[in-house]
Design a protein. Sequence first.
Length: 188
Amino acid sequence: YGELRFLQDYLIPAVGAGQAVPAWIGPRKAQQDFQISGIAIEVKTSIAKQHQKVPIASEQQLDDTGLDALYLYHLSLREVRDGDGTLPAIIDGIRNQLSEDPTNTALFEDLLIQAGYLDEHRDRYEDTGYADRTGQIFHIREGFPRITEQALVNGVGDVQYSVSLSACAAFVVDDETFRIKIAGCRNE
């Protein structure tokens, strides 16, 4: 849900579907969910109560080595029974945005399958909607609370951990600045 919302709300408006859909690499089990023009974005979505934390799958997920910039987009939601903002509604919205682009429509459909979404299971998702609580964008850089591959002691691996978002306030990027940064990735 969070990756699709990011695709619909940020990436497609900023760079267009032709660049946005191929940038969605999360379903391919990449370290981050999106990569475009040297910028990577990891998306985390939560319906948890406060104090919120995000799970980090590996020592590479928040490692910005080789990237121009790395961001963490966190979307905090409230589950609403029979509410708007369902997973099928988000998917339908993106499909509508892609309706005149057969190449990216086919890619999007393939990525949905890789992510585990099948249209024949649509009814499983239609009763649960989501309402936004908060959305935050963090610039992952020196000082951000994280474990990177370079910091591992010899013999340590398969690292999984969590980051408390309350400890990341100094790394918040305002929405407009982030949108401008992403729009800079647009191919002219």
